[in-house]
Design a protein. Structure first.
Length: 94
């Protein structure tokens, strides 16, 4: 072995924080009503010391309604919420 050498190195963290949405049911019917299915939003960060507020939106609120926001509590990686089916009295999918 040779003589040990010392130096500085810089580590660049290129991990990107992401959110993942998992929906329990592949489909719901309008008649399924409140809590027709549930969903879970998860964060991939290692630092869970702070709560994280997540803004939600349905691309068709006349069919499926979600809360405006959910909060992932501090020290937790995920939170679940209900998705409500909305019966708009219109025939769909034909």
């Amino acid at each position: 072995m040779g003589t040990p050498s010392f130096g500085n190195i810089t580590i660049l963290d290129n991990d990107v924080s992401t959110l993942t949405l998992t929906i329990a049911a592949a489909s719901i019917g309008e008649a399924d009503g409140l809590a027709a299915t549930s969903a879970t939003v998860s964060r991939n960060t290692e630092d869970l010391t702070s709560e994280l507020e997540v803004t939600l939106a349905s691309d068709d609120p006349d069919e499926a309604a979600v809360p405006v926001t959910v909060t992932i509590p501090a020290n937790q990686a995920a939170v679940s919420f209900d998705i409500n089916a909305v019966d708009d009295l219109l025939a769909d999918g034909t």
